[in-house]
Design a binder for this molecule. Structure first.
Ligand code: HEM
Length: 205
């Protein structure tokens, strides 16, 4: 066991195998392997990628950005050259996985669900029953804005700030500040976004 745990890749493989055992067990529910089963599998992957993405967003905001000013100049490259690029890799691809699986969850819900969510409940006329779509739609749009923020603002500016592309010191400092503010914006949007993701299913089904 220590041999597996000492190796990151083997640990992830074992974790996925254990999850697959659970998923096979869930296939024995009254739903069998119908559309609801695949929706549930998509939700599992959606939440996994969501944790990977937002977990790293929270690492940047709760830990790295706040502590960097205290790190002595000669130690800063340890973070900017080694830790941050790796964190940003999982961060931006975690965002892709979350968005893709969010869209799959929507698609597997079928019955015009995606259309209602993306129009905030306005598709086919608005009634009191559409409130849940409005609230879910707000969360989905917040998360999509956060996704675009990652790929259009944070990552291109981080590449400059971390020296992954050529730039002078001035441009690096400016890009670092833009990336920090964009990351803070995602921090700001993340907590309200999570209300839609977590409350809709229980309260609106
Ligand atoms: C990137 C755009 C995103 C889209 C389009 C999206 C879409 C969705 C949809 C359609 C659902 C199903 C809601 C329901 O059936 O009531 C859902 C659930 C959920 N999402 Fe997202 N989501 C996104 C981002 C995120 C992020 C960033 C997180 C962070 C962890 C997240 C966490 C969750 C959770 C925890 C659920 C609840 C699962 C459940 O209650 O069964 N989502 N999402």
């Amino acid at each position: 066991m220590a041999g597996i745990l000492a190796n990151f890749r083997n640990t992830v493989i074992l974790s996925v195998i254990l999850a697959l055992v659970m998923i096979i067990a869930y296939s024995q529910s009254p739903h069998g392997m119908d559309a609801a089963f695949w929706q549930a599998v998509a939700r599992w992957l959606h939440v996994f990628f969501g944790i990977l993405w937002i977990g790293l967003l929270y690492y940047f905001n709760f830990v790295q950005i706040r502590k960097m000013p205290d790190v002595p100049a000669e130690l800063k490259p340890g973070v900017t050259k080694y830790i941050a690029p790796e964190a940003l890799f999982w961060f931006r691809w975690g965002a892709v996985g979350t968005l893709v699986m969010g869209i799959v969850v929507m698609a597997t819900r079928g019955g015009g669900y995606g259309k209602e969510v993306m129009t905030l409940g306005l598709a086919d006329g608005y009634s009191a029953a559409d409130k849940g779509y409005t609230l879910m739609g707000v969360g989905a749009y917040l998360a999509i804005i956060m996704f675009l923020n990652v790929w259009v603002i944070i990552w291109p500016n981080q590449k400059i700030a971390l020296g992954l592309v050529e730039a002078d010191a001035d441009a690096k400092a400016k890009a670092g500040r833009i990336a920090m503010l964009a990351s803070r914006t995602n921090m700001l949007l993340s907590i309200p976004m999570l209300t839609s993701m977590t409350m809709t299913q229980t309260l609106f089904g």
